[in-house]
Design a binder for this molecule. Structure first.
Ligand code: MRU
Length: 348
């Protein structure tokens, strides 16, 4: 699959992280340069760039751009450099709390600086650039491996159901849950994909349908409440979803609605697979109960996709961005290291 649109890229000459504004897709394709820490925070928080691996890459690039600017203006000592990195990293990490990839990517930058802390600040800036670029390149490479491992589970003509967008747009490229579909397609295997629209932000309808269509894959968009119907008809052979954080016991946080799809899949005897880079597995979080679930603006439910408000004024709204699927409902995890089941061995 050739990447239809880049999710983001570094414009180092202009000290900008350039992102594809996913709020505007699929009706408008617009790239937005982000040159300040506040702009990167805002883009992640408002889902202009979203999807766990994509926000990890964006945060890494954003921190690099900020530290380059800070170093040029302040010629800092190494301890001042580290202190500013810590402050700026904590700020970026607070933009979205559930996806562990965000904190993971920032930790990679911190570690790279810690082991080089006695070098001059210009070297430190260069180390940040190289580390951020490496995180981005690794994401692409890992996703291809996820695609290869996942495609081994597929047969020609199979129907796959997916929820939210864990495709190229949610990553540096190629996707996680959509990677096996792209890999199968590249190897001449036709599969059919059912895409949940994914209320309330409609990542399925706006983003997954858009990128699968652009790739020429047989795609059918369904409302979230239609998943049981397509499963009951025997049209779905497997469910592939992405994830934002996997606890040590295998409980998995992903887009709100994923848990319901997993319950349905269990009911219909359909295998439910979670696709993710290994960095999404958070061994420091024991179970799903320990995962912080982001609560979002009620307007996403009451107003956002309507020409006028549909819900009564003053109505209570519960709008969690993610839910946790218990490990017992998950057949396996498809990662770049292969197909795994918890507990995740320390050798991984
Ligand atoms: O709120 P979003 O759009 O960032 O949610 C995205 C998801 O839930 C994805 O499935 C997950 O981040 C994995 S992306 C490869």
């Amino acid at each position: 699959m050739s990447q239809p649109l880049e999710t983001m890229y570094l414009d180092d000459v202009n000290s900008a992280l350039v992102i594809l504004d996913q709020q505007l897709l699929p009706t408008e394709v617009k790239y937005v340069p982000l040159t300040t820490l506040e702009q990167v925070y805002h883009a992640i928080h408002t889902l202009q760039v979203r999807g766990a691996p994509a926000i990890g890459v964006s945060a890494a690039m954003g921190l690099y751009i900020h530290m380059k600017d800070y170093a040029q203006k302040n010629a800092p000592t190494s301890s001042a450099f580290m202190a500013e990195m810590e402050r700026a990293g904590a700020y970026l990490a607070s933009s979205r709390p559930t996806a562990v990839n965000l904190q993971w990517a920032l930790n990679e930058l911190t570690h790279a600086i810690e082991i080089n802390k006695n070098r001059p600040f210009l070297d430190l800036v260069e180390i940040l650039r190289q580390t951020a670029e490496r995180i981005m390149a690794d994401d692409m490479e890992n996703n291809r491996l996820i695609g290869k491992h996942g495609a081994a589970l597929l047969k020609p003509g199979m129907g796959i159901l997916t929820h939210c967008n864990a495709g190229a747009l949610a990553t540096a490229g190629y996707g996680t849950a959509l990677a096996p579909i792209y890999y199968a397609d590249e190897n001449g295997m036709d599969v059919r994909v059912y895409v949940d629209e994914t209320r309330p932000i409609l990542q399925g309808a706006r983003l997954t349908a858009f990128e699968l269509n652009a790739a020429g894959i047989d795609t059918t968009l369904i409302c979230d409440n239609m998943a049981a119907t397509v499963m009951a008809k025997g049209w779905v052979d497997a469910v592939f979803v992405g994830c934002d954080r996997v606890a040590a016991n295998g409980d998995t946080a992903n887009k709100i609605g994923t848990h319901g799809v997993a319950v349905l899949a269990k009911h219909f005897g359909i295998p439910f697979y979670v696709c993710a880079p290994f960095s999404t597995i958070d061994k420091a979080t024991a179970t799903g109960a320990d995962i912080l679930i982001e609560q979002r603006d009620p307007k996403e439910v009451t107003h956002m996709w309507y020409t006028s408000r549909v819900a009564p004024d003053g109505i209570n709204v519960f709008n969690p961005a993610f839910d946790v699927t218990p490990a017992a409902l998950i057949e396996a995890f498809i990662t770049e290291k292969g197909i795994l089941k918890p507990p995740f061995d320390t050798k991984h």
